[in-house]
Design a binder for this molecule. Structure first.
Ligand code: RVP
Length: 503
């Protein structure tokens, strides 16, 4: 007879936190949200950590290079999606690593023979008025000048005028050398009253720009997650099929952390992938594995050498795995079970393997609950897909701005490797849907608000750090009637748009 688990499997919406004592120093400014990203030995520090407990999902609709930079700026990590060619994924990683904090890769480039019409078309496309003029018109070509809107007057000039006739030539530019620090670059900008400073290497090849307008934003991001060379930390998803080609390309591109992206990780394929990476790179390449939902799955991946373990099957907002295959587990129960396994493993071996609760986060407080249940960080797809920085289309549906959001198991993503169980490599049926999510603006504003809610809740619970919350949170199961009590009830909620109209 099959083995039956005694506990039903539950989701985060079924729980609430009970406040603990809030002391005088228990204020949001004192809350530390840093958390380990990779395993470490007792008494040591992890070689990679997060400054906020949030990573973005390994999905086409979520994690591209812009998302990766924006999230690293806030202190989290993106895992660039693996359901694309090795070359394009490695190029994305390379682009993130080339975007040093405050140093922006040039996305608007023209050749000296381009025309004013080309400049205007490019400005329309990118929305940026500063353009690099490079010999070959590429972002890393030899810099011969720059064009800004101060260099031309559309009403007085012929649209066919070549760029070389109105650009500011290299000889007249103030430029920074490749090894310049951000503060030295900002000093040059200030001293020479510049709006932008091109950075070039010893062969005059363009490396990046530093913009005056960005100065304030770096001051605003004390939690930026940077490597030793002040480049953003970035992750990437891999699969259990082409890792012998994909992993070296990503490592060569400078990736900081990998994650085997699979809907079900308790498999010999994940162990083989981990083993190959360990044989080739030892511990120098960091790699997470998953997804699992119980102690057995965690143990297996821990012993196979995973640097972190990801939890969750079927809880994702776009996921229909439970309906299609009848496998999975409520996310709260799965997180709790795996957290217990992680603690047991730590006691036995002295090795702490961080765990990540992946999928199903709907409300911000679900993140706090996931942490209280023992997660070290959470992975989110729908949440990040709503932001400007996600690589998905913004569309207008019935007058409302929406972002497209599709699962990696949907027909659109065609990511059969994520659902691979060996055998012939193809997609037999879908496990995800194609959908829309309401557009929510920039990542910075939204993540700031979410973190503020997490910090406030932690103060209510009397906890100043994630380990403190994991250890001391008090959690209660709620009845279905008390869930109703939690929202506005027994009142007619005022429609603010109605109030705003003259009547
Ligand atoms: P959510 O944040 O609830 O949107 O969930 C995102 C997670 O859902 C991903 O990190 C991944 O684990 C899972 N996913 C991605 N695609 C699919 C699918 O098509 N079924 N599921």
């Amino acid at each position: 007879m099959a083995k039956f688990l005694k506990e039903p499997s539950r989701t985060f919406s079924e729980y609430l936190l009970i406040p603990g004592y809030t002391s005088e120093d228990c204020i949001p400014d004192n809350v530390d949200l840093s958390t380990p990203l990779v395993k470490y030995k007792k008494g040591e520090q992890p070689s990679l950590h997060l400054n906020i407990p949030m990573v973005s999902a390994v999905m086409q609709a979520v994690s591209g290079e812009e998302m990766a930079c924006a999230l690293a700026r806030e202190g989290g990590v993106s895992f660039i999606y693996g359901s694309q060619s090795i070359e394009s994924q490695a190029a994305m990683v390379r682009k993130v690593k080339a975007t040093k904090s405050g140093f922006t890769g040039s996305d608007s480039n023209v050749s000296p023979d381009a025309t004013l019409a080309d400049v205007l078309a490019l400005k329309e496309k990118t929305g940026h008025s500063t353009m690099a003029v490079t010999e070959n018109g590429e972002a890393d070509g030899k810099l011969v000048g720059i064009v800004t809107s101060r260099d031309y007057r559309v009403s007085r000039m012929d649209l066919s005028t070549p760029v070389k006739e109105f650009m500011t030539p290299f000889e007249k530019l103030i430029v920074g050398k490749e090894d310049i620090s951000l503060s030295e670059a900002n000093d040059l900008i200030w001293d020479h009253k510049l709006n932008q400073l091109p950075i070039v290497d010893e062969n005059q090849r363009l490396k990046a720009f530093v913009f005056r307008k960005d100065y304030a934003s770096h001051k605003d991001n004390p939690k930026e997650l940077l490597d030793e060379q002040k480049r953003y930390i970035v992750g990437a998803g891999i699969n259990t099929r082409d890792y012998e080609q994909r992993v070296p390309a990503l490592v060569e591109a400078g990736v900081d952390i990998l994650c085997i992206d699979s809907s079900e990780g308790y498999s010999c394929w994940q162990a083989k992938t981990l083993q190959w990476i360990r044989e080739k790179y030892g511990d120098t390449v960091k790699v997470g594995a998953g997804n699992v939902v119980d102690e057995d799955g965690f143990r297996f991946l821990a012993e196979a050498g995973a640097d972190f373990v990801k939890i969750g099957i079927g809880g994702g907002s776009i996921c229909i795995t439970r309906e299609q295959k009848g496998i999975g587990r409520g996310q709260a129960t799965a997180t709790l079970d795996v957290a217990r396994a992680r603690d047991k493993y730590f006691e036995e071996t002295g090795v702490y393997i961080p765990i990540c609760s992946d999928g199903g986060i709907v409300h911000d407080y679900h993140i706090t609950l996931a942490l209280a249940f023992g997660a070290d960080f959470v992975m989110l797809g729908r949440y990040f897909a709503r932001f400007k920085e996600a690589p998905n289309n913004l569309v207008s549906i019935n007058g409302n701005y929406m972002k497209e959001y599709w699962g990696e198991g949907s027909a659109r993503a065609r990511n059969w490797q994520r659902y691979d169980v060996g055998g012939e490599g193809k997609m037999s049926f879908v496990e995800g849907v194609d959908s829309y999510v309401p557009y929510a603006g920039t990542l910075h504003e939204n993540v700031g608000l979410t973190l503020s809610k997490i910090s406030h809740t932690m103060c209510n619970c009397g906890c100043l750090s994630i380990p403190d919350l994991q250890k001391n949170a008090k959690v209660t199961l709620v009845s279905s009637t008390s869930i109703v009590e939690g929202g506005a009830h027994d009142v007619v909620v005022r429609d603010e748009s109605f109030d705003a109209k003259p009547h």
